[in-house]
Ligand binder design. Structure first.
Ligand SMILES: NC(=O)c1ccc[n+]([C@@H]2O[C@H](COP(=O)([O-])OP(=O)(O)OC[C@H]3O[C@@H](n4cnc5c(N)ncnc54)[C@H](OP(=O)(O)O)[C@@H]3O)[C@@H](O)[C@H]2O)c1
Length: 233
């Protein structure tokens, strides 16, 4: 079986951690990046296939430093997974009293974060064999299916991420790079809460299967859920 090198942001917990463990269990190499919480990742540090590296996607210096460090350890990335994100919504807040600082922070991490990561790491994906970029999006980013009357910043951040995916796919098709924007389902994580539908392990399995497929770079249907069901922008 072919083995790949996968970079995952926000690997300290939740879906990012489940993806890290799953790719490692299948024999792939994982560059697991974290913001500040190393606790769970340290349990994996003796695995020779894992590189653990600090990277706060909200700060360009941090992304640049991580790139310089990772470039010394690998000359390519096969699959880049932009997973790191925050959900800072207070559902009691409507348009009249929305917290603008939290909204700016949310957009900075969830939308500009992946842009920063791609600014530095895109050239390593070009050198990879698999040539796949997965942006972990959300059904909350769908404009045509929008049902919410609040949670502005999180939803806006995922719509913007979807636009990043669409533009990047246009740019990348001549390079043979595929971009996917994947809704991972409502997961029982710190973000999704205990009442959510599925475990992060189940979402990770779905994303893993999708990542192993052979994709057509000219197909513009790139927004889908973790089972591969197409979603409407
Ligand atoms: N949970 C759901 O139901 C659900 C539904 C739809 C979409 N999603 C999406 O799925 C992805 C994973 O969500 P999750 O449920 O696993 O969330 P989670 O459990 O809250 O984990 C989020 C991860 O992102 C990291 N992170 C946050 N800010 C960061 C920053 N500035 N730089 C680097 N890493 C940062 C966190 O690191 P720390 O340990 O430092 O906080 C953590 O590792 C996200 O993109 C989310 O929007 C989730």
């Amino acid at each position: 079986m072919l083995t790949y090198t996968i970079l995952i942001t926000g690997a300290s917990k939740g879906l990012g951690y489940s993806l890290t463990k799953l790719y490692l269990s299948k024999g792939h190499k994982v560059i697991a990046t974290y913001r500040k919480n190393l606790e769970k990742l340290e349990e994996l540090k003796d695995n020779p296939n894992v590189i653990i590296c600090q990277m706060d996607v909200s700060e360009e210096d941090s992304v640049k430093k991580a790139f310089e460090c990772i470039r010394e350890k690998t000359n390519h990335i096969d699959i880049l997974i932009n997973n790191a994100a925050v959900y800072l919504e207070d559902r009691s807040k409507t348009i009249e009293n929305i917290d603008i600082e939290k909204a700016i922070l949310t957009l900075n991490i969830n939308s500009i974060g992946p842009l920063r990561v791609l600014k530095y790491f895109y050239n390593l994906v070009e050198k990879g064999a698999k040539k796949l970029i997965i942006n972990v999006s959300s059904e909350a980013g769908s404009i045509s299916n929008c049902w919410r009357d609040r949670e502005y910043a999180y939803c806006m951040s995922k719509s913007a991420l979807n636009m990043l995916s669409a533009i990047l796919q246009n740019y990348s098709k001549t390079k043979g790079i595929k971009v996917l924007s994947i809704h991972p389902g409502w997961m029982r994580t710190d973000m999704g809460g205990p009442d959510a539908d599925i475990s992060p392990e189940e979402a990770a399995e779905g994303i893993y299967e999708l990542s192993m497929k052979n994709w057509d770079v000219n197909d513009k249907n790139i927004y889908m859920d973790y089972k591969g069901n197409l979603m409407s922008w």
